[in-house]
Write a protein that binds this ligand. Sequence first.
Ligand code: TRP
Ligand code: SF4
Length: 342
Amino acid sequence: MSLPAAPKSKRVLSGMRPTGTLHLGHYHGVLKNWLRLQQEYRCFFFVADWHALTTHYEDPRIIGENLWSMVIDWLAVGIDPALATLFVQSRVPEHAELHLLLSMVTPLSWLERVPSYKDQQERLKGLDLATYGFLGYPLLQSADILIYQANLVPVGEDQVAHIELTREVARRFNHLYTKQRGGFALPEPASLLTPASKMPGLDGQKMSKSYGNTIALREAPASIEKKLRTMPTDPARMRRKDPGTPEKCPVWQLHGIYSAEDTKAWVQQGCHSAEIGCLDCKKPVIDAILTETAVFRERAQEYLDDMGWVHNIIDEGCAKAQQVAQETLGEVRHAMGIRYTP
Ligand code: TRP
Ligand code: SF4
């Protein structure tokens, strides 16, 4: 008989904005990491719909359109509601109250100097981001984290500054309120840096929606095959008999993710000598990606056939999350002297 699992003492929290379809870059970067974390920690994973609204407030429909499909993507890759609490941010409005309370003690300059504030305004030129909500979104993220008293937050490089802000806000809160009213302090979270996804896209650049070089997590097999068959190769191999250099070819990068050493040796040899054609070379990659995604499509279909099941998972997750959030908020109100009932 196996021993009972050790209690998961540390809490992990992470959120994802529902602004588009998830692709293999998300899988090989963020989601595989979540799969590991859910085994080891008490995990809270949520759909950051309010965060999406800070940038997509003019076209909020895409949020609702992507929300359920994102939850299904999570479930399809194996995020397990028995191991992790899955919920939707706006269904736990306690996040908003904590955001408000923290806003009272957060100097404006702390938000203005968060690097993503100016960067994103520059990058997303088409959107008017000179809003109160956009300035405040790193603090909303702090509230997301602190309300679950999370210890670890898996994030990419671009989000590390937000975790640092969260630590500063927790320290300030603790400095102002903890001493007077004994006991409760907000724990300072640490960031758990997710290595940048090495998943290359169809053109050899990093796989990203903005480059239009993605394969969706649950893309149809025919479409996957077509994209891979038509993806560019080393331009030196104009004709079948022209030798090539794998290092100059995006297909080689995919072999780096999907192929074993013997296959890679076969590619090197066959490409340099022109003994294999590019379609031969792509075959093992096509097979590997079709196999990898077949599981996702199958699992997703089970959920798509029974959306009530998916709604239940989220209902239960929201209820569990809300219970934790309410406990923290009670302590916060008490520490601030605004809990008027015993
Ligand atoms: N801001 C994150 C992003 O854009 C999403 C997010 C919102 C998040 N709240 C969070 C991530 C809390 C980690 C923890 O990707
Ligand atoms: Fe690229 Fe393979 Fe063709 Fe070489 S044989 S150019 S590695 S696809």
